[in-house]
Design a protein. Structure first.
Length: 372
């Protein structure tokens, strides 16, 4: 479907919902759409990212296929959401990556692993590299790949990704932000932040009117929301493990790998387990769910991102398990390759949806009247 066809379908479907009104209590979207009768392009981008795809409205809809109206709000808004990612990605040259996420993830991950193997062969110090035998002793990781190279390979792609993600989110905020002046309303702005943060953390819009998502079919379930929260926790724990390891390295002068019961390893292990549970669980739901309310482009984006997360977490845990064996060097290279691919692909993956949804929730809590 072209971008104009996607927008035309979104206007048609939301126009029917406006007249119907049956789903108004399910989530913020229907009330927000009702207040935006013009349904401009900015309105559609905002509304699409306000939908959390709980699919309650599809199961409840008397006008869903096979009815002649063929109302399918979750699929229509998923297509519109995907279009908003394409419209705001930076740089625009990389937009096609979002349309071919599985091939992109596989290609970039394999490329990153091969690059790292080549760098190890070229730069490993004497007695180190892939042939290293004392895998669990202090500094062993840096005898596979020098510390400066390892840090450079993390910082450069992460810096690029932070820039690309920031510019993309800024463009989206520029399009959808509330236009009404709110200067001087400090208290209101503070309350809006609190509401936004609470909505992000408890994923209120994934509760579908309080009964849960239609994860697989007409039955309600909290699993999709719980697994999203597990994923968020896993990313937070992994970030905390990185901070702890940085403190150990620079603050205490201790080199990795660290003891099993040290904070960096404990936080990293818990984070890795949480990420594995979340990516496997969400992947299982994606695989088993009824296809009707799903858009194929967003499903591919989900699957590619979950697969990459699984590779990062699984290779990290494998490295932890077998770090004292001769397999350590190869496992380290594979893990670093998946992390490098993860960092490079952040702006061109499902990861960006977190910011779009946060901005949509922020706009809605800040100024629920008009964005145009
Ligand atoms: S999804 Fe269907 S039932 Fe719900 S408001 Fe729209 S038209 Fe009405
Ligand atoms: S959040 Fe759920 S109920 Fe609301 S529009 Fe999206 S799928 Fe429908």
């Amino acid at each position: 479907m072209s971008a104009s066809d996607i927008r035309a379908e979104a206007r048609r479907v939301l126009g029917i919902c406006d007249a119907c009104g049956y789903c108004n209590g399910f989530c913020d979207l229907f009330e927000a759409a009702r207040r935006r009768s013009a349904l401009t392009d900015a309105d559609l981008a905002h509304l699409a990212n306000l939908c959390h795809a709980c699919r309650n409205c599809f199961q409840a809809c008397q006008y869903a296929p096979p009815h002649v109206f063929a109302v399918n709000v979750p699929r229509t808004l998923a297509r519109m959401r995907h279009q908003s990612y394409l419209d705001h990605v930076w740089p625009q040259t990389f937009a096609p990556l979002l349309n071919h996420p599985v091939a992109t993830v596989i290609g970039v991950t394999l490329g990153a692993i091969l690059l790292l193997f080549a760098l190890v062969l070229a730069f490993a110090p004497a007695g180190g590299g892939l042939a290293i035998e004392t895998g669990a002793t202090a500094g062993a990781f840096y005898r596979v790949l020098p510390w400066t190279l390892m840090v450079g390979l993390g910082v450069l792609p992460l810096g690029w990704s932070a820039l690309a993600i920031g510019l993309g989110w800024r463009r989206y905020w520029g399009l959808t932000r509330p236009r009404r002046a709110t200067t001087g309303e400090a208290r209101r702005r503070w309350c809006a932040w609190r509401t936004t943060l609470a909505d992000i953390l408890n994923l209120r819009n994934l509760r579908g009117g309080g009964v849960g998502c239609n994860d697989l079919d007409a039955r309600f379930s909290p699993w999709r929301r719980w697994l999203h929260q597990t994923l968020l926790g896993g990313l937070g724990l992994s970030f905390a493990a990185t901070l702890a390891a940085t403190f150990y390295h620079h603050g205490l002068g201790l080199q990795a790998p660290y003891p099993l019961l040290s904070p960096p390893v404990l936080l990293g292990t818990l984070g890795g387990i949480a990420l594995m549970i979340a990516s496997l669980g969400l992947g299982w739901l994606e695989w088993r769910t009824a296809p009707e309310p799903i858009a194929s482009e967003s499903r591919r984006l989900d699957q590619a991102f979950l697969g990459l997360l699984l590779a990062v977490a699984g290779s990290g845990l494998a490295l932890l398990l077998w770090r004292a064996t001769p397999a350590m060097a190869s496992l380290l290279v594979v893990h670093l390759g998946t992390v490098l691919a993860f960092f490079m692909l952040l702006p061109y993956s499902k990861f960006v949806h977190a910011g779009y949804r946060a901005i949509a929730l922020r706009c809605e809590s800040l100024d629920p009247v008009s964005i145009d």
